[in-house]
Design a protein around this ligand. Structure first.
Ligand code: AMP
Length: 515
């Protein structure tokens, strides 16, 4: 089995001038331009090898490197440069507001920051795009493969919503990523076998869903076609981008597919080469799967399940017409090297058919949260299976197993998925409490048809007498602290929040579940 870095070098040698990555930005639409910013396999290999040599020469420590930007081709160069120099990378997207970017930077304390978009930070040198190019071009040669991250070294750290108002970094090793890829290339009718495919990238690189399209594409010698955030917010541009993409493998959240399905043009004629749709991150409903099957009768749909903490996904099921007779759809069977246990609150395994917490054991489970040993100890553990000890992760997801299939049954805590984004309600509450005049806050999901549609914030705060204006003020102030997708749609002002007997906010009284 070849490691991801060996395979990338092999592909680069074979594919040279062919495109490895391109991105469709809004000005491709506005200007009608068909020259997409892109990168060839040769450029990716040479620039990343030289930038790796630069990092090796100029950095004293192996501290992870923060890579900041939004889908710029050079982000890929930076990711590979970091790991080729023996350093993990931590991708941060421009949708993260400055205060939160700063919190991540302070948590990681990088020795250097690589930024393809403007970034203000005084804690470490920030190499902008011009400096990155100069650094790579200034090196006489590429860094040798012996310096690269190996085995149990951390390959990347992805920050995800934390329940106390600050994000937490999930550390994924090179072994985890390699195990994920070995399984990933078998999905559908299989992705390896020499044919180069176009993969679609929807998720920003700071979300682990992007690992699925990025690394399956890099491993199989593919071409990753990325859609920028602005393009995803403009249906005309989005449809144009999709028709230009020539996509053969689709990777997205079901919410994004729903957005596309809202336009009649989203069908086979738009993406005639589409052969596989891979979903992860939230419930794939029968309705979405049925509409996709009607729009793309020749493509296969695969539902996968997994948290960032177990490297993207660990179960899969092909959504066939027979399976569509079941509702809800299962999330599938474990990949080789992964075992899923359903446990009660005491950690006892439950038999098939009973509902409990989904616990994942196996070769792609993270080593834990960056610099958070206490939190890591609470949810990560280990378990001996067949004489080998594997790491385990308690997901906080409720589920049940039947006939070898896992069924997802919602969360056991206050984490939600909204439009595919993972949000700890405590993260929004913690940030609301940082705002002037806010004494108490509770954030509740608003659900319809089993899906979270928006968030409502209940706040006890100083009031001007104009609740609408107060809501706008809090919304604007919150925008500086959390990404847009975490901002509650509705603000309800109360003199005080209702409390339960044991002093917690009474969520039931506010109309939520009493978890
Ligand atoms: P993330 O770390 O952002 O990938 O979010 C992980 C969480 O998303 C899981 O713990 C589940 O709650 C949810 N999730 C992931 N995949 C699925 C799926 N196929 N169906 C339902 N929920 C999912």
């Amino acid at each position: 089995m070849k490691t991801i870095l060996e395979k990338i070098r092999e592909n680069a040698a074979a594919l040279g001038e062919q495109t490895v990555y391109s991105v469709y930005y809004m000005n491709n639409y506005a200007g009608g331009g068909r020259e997409f910013p892109h990168l060839t396999w040769k450029e990716l290999d040479e620039y990343s090898g030289k930038l790796a040599a630069y990092l090796h020469r100029t950095c004293r420590t192996k501290t992870p490197v923060v890579v900041y930007g939004h889908k710029d081709p050079w982000m890929l160069v930076c990711f590979l440069a970091c790991v080729r120099s023996g350093r993990a990378y931590c991708p941060v997207d421009t949708s993260v507001p400055p205060a939160r970017v700063r919190a991540i930077l302070e948590d990681v304390s990088p020795e250097t920051v690589l930024a393809t978009e403007p970034l203000e930070y005084s804690g470490a040198p920030v190499l902008d795009k011009a400096a990155l190019l100069a650094a790579a071009e200034g090196e006489p040669g590429q860094l040798g493969p012996e310096h690269a991250v190996s085995g149990e070294d951390t390959f990347y750290i992805i920050f995800t919503s934390g329940s106390t108002g600050t994000p937490k970094g999930v550390q994924i090793t090179r072994n985890c990523l390699d195990c994920f890829i070995q399984w990933g290339i078998t999905l559908g009718r299989g992705l390896d076998g020499g044919r180069r495919r176009v993969f679609l990238n929807q998720a920003p690189f700071s979300f682990d869903l992007s690992v699925m399209d990025l690394y399956l594409s890099l491993y199989t010698g593919g071409h990753l076609f990325a859609l920028s955030r602005e393009v995803q917010g403009d249906m005309g541009a989005l449809l144009d981008a999709l028709s230009c993409s020539g996509a053969e493998v689709w990777v997205s959240t079901p919410s994004f597919a729903d957005l596309c399905l809202s336009d009649k043009k989203f069908r086979e004629e738009l993406l005639p080469r589409l052969e596989l749709l891979l979903f992860c991150g939230e419930t794939l409903t029968n309705r979405t799967a049925e509409r996709l099957a009607a729009a793309f009768p020749r493509a296969e749909t695969v539902n996968t399940y997994g948290p960032t903490e177990s490297t993207v996904a660990v179960t899969q099921v092909r959504v066939t017409p027979e399976l569509l007779r079941q509702s809800p759809l299962p999330v599938g069977a474990e990949k080789p090297g992964t075992w899923i246990f359903i446990q009660d609150a005491q950690g006892n395994d439950l038999p098939d058919g009973e509902v409990g917490e989904i616990v994942i054991a196996g070769d792609s489970v993270s080593t834990g949260y960056w610099k958070k040993p206490e939190l890591t100890g609470r949810v990560f553990g280990s378990r001996s299976i067949g004489g080998t000890v594997y790491r385990t992760y308690r997901t906080g997801d409720a589920g049940t197993k039947r006939g070898g299939q896992l069924y997802y049954q919602g969360r056991m805590d206050f984490q939600v998925k909204l439009h595919g984004y993972r949000i700890e309600l405590g993260d929004v509450e913690g940030n609301l409490l940082k705002l002037d005049g806010v004494r108490a806050a509770a954030v509740l999901p608003v659900e319809r048809d089993g899906k979270v549609r928006s968030l409502t914030a209940y706040v006890a705060a100083e009031r001007s007498g104009d609740d609408f204006a107060d809501g706008q003020r809090l919304r604007a102030a919150l925008k500086a602290l959390v990404p847009d997708y975490m901002i509650p749609k509705k603000f309800v002002f109360l003199d005080r929040l209702p409390m339960t007997g044991n002093g917690k906010v009474d969520r039931k009284a506010l109309g939520g579940s009493g978890k």
